[in-house]
Design a protein around this ligand. Sequence first.
Ligand SMILES: Cc1cc2nc3c(=O)[nH]c(=O)nc-3n(C[C@H](O)[C@H](O)[C@H](O)COP(=O)(O)OP(=O)(O)OC[C@H]3O[C@@H](n4cnc5c(N)ncnc54)[C@H](O)[C@@H]3O)c2cc1C
Length: 416
Amino acid sequence: MKYSIFKIISQALSGNTGWQPAWEKRELKPSYNIIIVGGGGHGLATAYYLAKKFNISNIAVIEKGWIGSGNVGRNTTIIRSNYLLKQNQPFYELSLKLWENLEQELNYNAMVSQRGIMNLFHNDPQKDAFVRRGNSMKLSGAGAELLTKEQVMKVAPFLDYENARFPIKGALCQSRGGTVRHDAVAWGYARAASKLGVDIIENCEVKNIVVENGKCIAIETDRGLVKSNKTAICVSGASSLVMGTAGIKLPIESHVLQAFVSEAIKPLIPGVITFGAGHFYVSQSDKGGLVFGGDLDGYNSYAQRGNLPTIEDVCEGGMAIMPMIGRAKLVRLWGGIMDMSMDGSPFIDKTPIDNLFFNGGWCYGGFKATPASGLCYAHLLAKDEHHKVASEYKLDRFKRGMIIDEKGQGAQPNLH
Ligand SMILES: Cc1cc2nc3c(=O)[nH]c(=O)nc-3n(C[C@H](O)[C@H](O)[C@H](O)COP(=O)(O)OP(=O)(O)OC[C@H]3O[C@@H](n4cnc5c(N)ncnc54)[C@H](O)[C@@H]3O)c2cc1C
């Protein structure tokens, strides 16, 4: 079924009785050409591009929970391509370009909203760093603008400009950045992939990767053994657990990150704002809730929930730049498990085991990467070679001393 305004009108007139499920519920087959483990945004996007761009058939996406239950439906919805390093910038810029046409491509309203992102700076060294990043963005065509304090005041008069500890001196702005309704991205890719013949298997957990003579030949699930020519792991926070079943130890730690939503208020925040002195980021959803977040909880965990000290810390960050947020009631919060790599950058790579591929290490920036990650992973799976914008996301980069440390924070996963 193609979605359109005419479809909405005709369905409204017929009592909305003709809608079909967005994707088909299919039975798990005994073997596949390619199995993607993990039905988050990245897994579903990979399946879609494999079928659409590389004409590959007999693909399954195997998901432990339901579509949208992982980080793809838990994030704070920010998209941007404001990166500095040459290993990252072209990749995230490709992703942003794919976002710009995603709804037409998938025939699905994912509420892609390029409302702009402003990274506030509070001192001169931070300004210098942002100017450098902005120049790199400009050179690669991503677009960037340095705003003065007065320009920021015009767009965001509600921020605290009198704060002596964190004076707002200006901002780096990417007007093409913004937000996308997170779970709609998973639903859109699932629907489009299913239409191209991909089997989307929900509520099926992969328990073990089966390796024989250095080659991955199958996976064991709670519904039995499934053979595959290629197996592509894409399980975000569960990366170390799943890859561990094949005996592979990853340079990844799992940490909790929480997200927060306030009660709905009148339109206030025009785009995304990030606080450069503490760690706080905020936008406003189309329903009116302030959507915000801050740092990781800071300890290793596989629990999809966080703890009170971080809630307090994030709220303090909010109060430091926009004290009026203290008047808004917090209505929801939740946690997701982040696959934090040691240098803050991801992996899209083959593994030392033949026919076993890995995608992960997205830290808390993987939502914006969803389209490019799917495309580049599909490219690697289909052609057996890296896509040119993802050619540095290799597992052995630490061994070669070629870390991609965008923030310059060293080997501290909980700081990236
Ligand atoms: C609170 C929060 C805020 C964030 N904010 C942002 C943001 O603003 N911008 C941004 O770019 N990024 C953000 N992120 C990060 C982003 O959400 C993730 O990096 C990205 O979604 C990860 O990729 P994914 O969608 O494929 O992961 P997921 O949706 O987590 O998909 C992985 C799937 O694998 C499944 N799985 C795990 N183990 C198994 C198994 N054994 N068998 C089968 N399936 C399995 C899981 O159930 C899950 O559905 C945020 C994350 C969180 C938690």
